[in-house]
Design a protein. Structure first.
Length: 101
């Protein structure tokens, strides 16, 4: 996973790429807001030639970033978390910050 962000006050925009072994690669843009130690955003991406949008949430903790998982529902062709208070960050692989070059 590669996440490049530009942060202006609490507004966040950037690029997010998932490239897991033996899985379809997803690449797209992320746009959202910082709320304390949490980034809540929409991820618009391309996978298998189709464009999709889904909500993502990342938690920063101890110099690492964890992605939340939970039940998502569809609204107007986009996926949103059904209940953000029930997101699980414990199964996420920790992603560590590195300086951009």
């Amino acid at each position: 996973i590669t996440l490049n962000l530009s942060i202006h006050h609490f507004d966040v925009a950037g690029d997010l790429t998932y490239n897991f072994f033996e899985k379809d690669k997803n690449h797209g843009t992320i746009k959202g807001k910082l709320n304390g130690d949490t980034l809540i955003a929409n991820y618009t991406y391309f996978s298998e030639g189709a464009e999709s949008t889904r909500q993502v949430e990342f938690l920063t903790k101890s110099n690492a970033v964890y992605e939340g998982s939970g039940i998502q529902i569809e609204k107007n062709g986009e996926l949103f978390f059904e209940d953000r208070s029930k997101l699980d960050f414990s199964k996420s692989i920790p992603h560590y910050n590195v300086a951009c070059q």
